[in-house]
Design a protein around this ligand. Structure first.
Ligand code: ADP
Ligand code: MG
Ligand code: MG
Length: 255
């Protein structure tokens, strides 16, 4: 079965309907890009899939792996079952070092997989290897989670988390926004390194430029709470050239 089957998904935030019937099928080994103008509901979709408490599901369903009803699971269970969301605005956690935070998160996931937890020393070895992958400097380990990180460091940290947690379904919400070209390439290299036949990724992005470095299998356009068009990588190039005029919106409303 596909890894994720979203059908007719509807959701509200503060009683306002945002998702109005989202359909999406994601299989293992696939990378899906979701694009679309600001306010289309892209972040809402990712938050509903991970179980953010501010969003209420009002219709449709999301099936994960063996037909499990994803929407019935607690957010923590979803994470333990291999769903990962990199947030658009990563949170700062004062007083908790990155090293500790990552080790706790990884050990939870390992517990869910029936694997032994890493002790701090073992974990350090694993971590160093993955940090090299995202060109992260070692001094970052002792710092508090995300505090005082530059925009680029936060994004790299997201990719580092993804590399460590080895999710089955990773959702990256605008991990590429605000990055200079070097940071963008690092993020893309991390994404490509995490890509495998065992997992799938949903990349939410405003810009085609990330897709120059990470080639998606499918591109979807979200608009007014629905996926209104799907295609291959060429769809992103078409958007780059022609914008969202086909949606009947003006240049000013475009991202
Ligand atoms: P996108 O990620 O495509 O830019 P969002 O999912 O962030 O779109 O937002 C979709 C719509 O939902 C927007 O109109 C936004 O204002 C609204 N929205 C999102 N989150 C909230 C919230 N917590 N409270 C009120 N409105 C929200
Ligand atoms: Mg937005
Ligand atoms: Mg968004």
């Amino acid at each position: 079965p596909p890894l994720l089957v979203v059908s007719g998904l509807r959701a509200t935030v503060a009683d306002t309907p945002i998702l109005k019937g989202v359909d999406l099928i994601v299989r293992r080994g696939e990378v899906h890009a979701i694009m679309g103008p600001n306010g289309s509901g892209k972040s809402t979709l990712s938050k509903v899939l991970v179980g953010h408490p501010s969003y209420e599901v009002t219709g449709g369903c999301a099936r994960y792996r063996n037909d499990e009803d994803l929407l019935e699971l607690e957010p923590e269970e979803r994470a333990q079952q291999g769903i990962f969301l990199a947030f658009q605005y990563p949170v700062e956690i004062p007083g908790v070092s990155n090293n500790d935070f990552l080790r706790l998160a990884v050990n939870k996931r390992r517990g869910a997989l029936g694997l032994d937890e890493y002790d701090p020393l073992e974990f350090l070895g694993v971590l160093s290897e993955k940090m090299e992958m995202v060109s992260m400097s070692p001094d970052f380990l002792g710092r508090d989670v995300n505090s005082g990180f530059s925009g680029g460091e936060k994004k790299r940290n997201e990719i580092l988390q993804m590399a460590l947690l080895e999710p089955e379904l990773a959702i990256l919400d605008e991990t590429d926004s605000g990055l200079d070209i070097d940071a963008l390439k690092t993020v893309a290299a991390g994404v490509n390194a995490c890509r495998s036949e065992k997992n799938a990724m949903i990349l939410i992005t405003h810009y085609q430029r990330l897709l120059d470095y990470v080639k998606p299998d499918f591109v979807h356009i979200m608009y007014q709470g629905r996926i209104v068009r799907s295609g291959g990588p060429e769809l992103a190039l078409e958007l780059e050239a022609e914008g969202y005029a086909f949606l009947g919106i003006t240049k000013e409303q475009q991202p």
